[in-house]
Design a protein around this ligand. Structure first.
Ligand code: EPZ
Length: 422
């Protein structure tokens, strides 16, 4: 397994290109199951999760070809479709459950393995099941697999979700677009990735209104056609790299960044004393002089502070002046980066869903271990300005969501290298 070595360094300077959104692409790719015609996704990120989704879709009979060094995905699904999403692939990546809605819409049945828990939580699927059942699907759990049937096809319905689940919203959208009649999803997730999926489905001929708000209305159509769709910028990669100059000092422009994608995050950076400026080509971030100020953070569904940036924000707050409290309200176990940061000299107390961070002057390099995707990158961010050398092991977690992290950070002056493991 590869490791990444980071040596604490001075201010960063330059530009970092931000890729297409992993979490948008993982919902867009299954949309190819909805039509016999080709779906082309441009600005696709080059990540191991995308390769896992490609593998899953191939097992179902869809074909996804990576073109232009992986930045374009040409997908099609015009032959025989296998309705079974196998445990061996689904257990590797929870987003595999996003084939459930499209398979039901296209075939009227699906057999999808439950993903099982992951490092950050149990990750149940009850909200997905309730949403698809509202459209007329009968879903039962047998030997770890969800067996879903919609005899006579899906029928439009009004359904209110108990929680604004991102994945359940995406499954509902991809099922309702081919259902008979009108559907209204209430308490829908409002994330930019939902808006991007709705745009793509509309380009394929779907009739959708209200995406980005809590109420989305879908008029079912008989069939969808092919389309070409650009994947929206990755707001989590964007926020992650904005924190590099915030932690190290200097000035970095994140190319392609848009403040409207992460407004609540930008407000917190401003509160911490970090300068954030929208330019014509992206977002320019610099640290005003003096130490970062402590700020409190509460993670919430969009437009609240993104849970996927909580670990990275904690890395910044470890050396802030004062005490910060971070409350994680989305996942039940998303502070695994805290003990690793403590190994680097951070002063953090975790009690249930709250982490209290007492800022210290400087962290010290240490050997640390990545535990999940966002925790791993928070350790790298912390190491950028720590005294001495840090080795982050198990970086396969990192490669799921960040393309070429060592290249992007080296380009702005970070001392970072990847060490090939066995
Ligand atoms: C998406 O996961 C993202 N993944 C996650 O990003 C992100 O953290 C999450 O949304 C929240 O923003 C992708 O888009 C591929 P949810 P998803 O359904 O859809 C509970 C990353 O680092 N829940 O909104 O699975 C669930 O357990 C990943 O890129 C149920 O209880 O998130 C969690 O506590 C991590 N029952 C909360 O809701 C359900 O049926 C949010 O889940 C579904 C969810």
């Amino acid at each position: 397994m590869d490791s990444i070595i980071v040596r604490g360094n001075g201010p960063l300077k330059g530009q970092i290109p931000i890729a297409g959104a992993k979490n948008a692409c993982l919902a867009l790719m299954p949309a190819t199951l909805l039509s016999e015609e080709p779906l082309t996704l441009t600005n696709a990120p080059r990540l191991s999760d995308i390769r896992t989704m490609t593998e899953l879709l191939a097992s179902l009979g869809a074909e996804v070809t990576a073109l232009q060094d992986g930045k374009v995905l040409a997908a099609s699904c015009h032959g025989e479709i296998n309705p079974v999403a196998d445990y061996d692939i689904v257990r590797k990546m929870r987003a595999s459950n996003l084939v459930l809605g499209p398979l039901l819409a296209r075939l009227g049945h699906a057999v999808v393995s439950l993903p099982g828990g992951c490092a950050i939580g149990a990750r149940p699927m009850d909200i997905h099941i309730d949403a698809l059942a509202a459209l007329g699907a009968e879903i039962e759990l047998k030997e770890g697999y969800l067996h879903a049937n919609a005899r006579g096809g899906l029928k439009g319905a009004v359904h209110e979700m108990r929680f604004a689940s991102v994945g359940a919203t995406e499954n509902f959208l991809m099922a309702a677009v081919l259902a008979k009649g009108t559907s209204v999803l209430k308490n829908a997730a409002r994330e930019p990735e939902i808006v991007d999926l709705a745009k793509c489905l509309r380009a394929m001929g779907a009739q959708i209104e209200g995406e980005g708000t809590s109420d989305i209305t879908i008029e079912g159509v008989d069939r969808l056609h092919g389309a070409t769709h650009p994947v929206v910028t990755d707001r989590i990669e964007l926020g992650t790299y904005m924190l590099a100059p915030a932690i190290c000092g200097g000035e970095v422009e994140c190319l392609g960044g848009r403040i409207d994608l992460i407004e609540s995050f930008c407000e917190k950076l401003d509160g911490a004393g970090i300068s954030v400026e929208q330019t014509h080509t992206g977002i320019k971030v610099s640290r005003k002089n003096g130490r970062v100020r402590a700020v409190d953070v509460v993670t919430e569904p969009f437009p609240g502070f993104p849970t996927d940036l909580q670990a990275q924000m904690m890395a910044l707050l470890c050396t802030a002046e004062g005490t910060s409290v971070l409350e994680e309200k989305i996942f039940e176990n998303r502070f695994m980066h805290a003990p690793e940061l403590v190994r680097m000299g951070a002063k953090i107390e975790v009690h249930g869903g709250h982490a209290t961070v007492h800022g210290v002057e400087k962290l010290k390099g240490a050997r640390v271990m990545a535990t999940d995707l966002r925790a791993s990158v928070s350790l790298i961010l912390a190491a950028l300005a720590a005294e001495g050398e840090t080795m982050v092991s198990r970086v396969y977690h990192l490669d799921r969501g960040y393309e070429r992290v060592e290249e992007k950070l080296s380009a702005v002056g970070a001392k970072i290298e990847r060490v090939k493991g066995d």
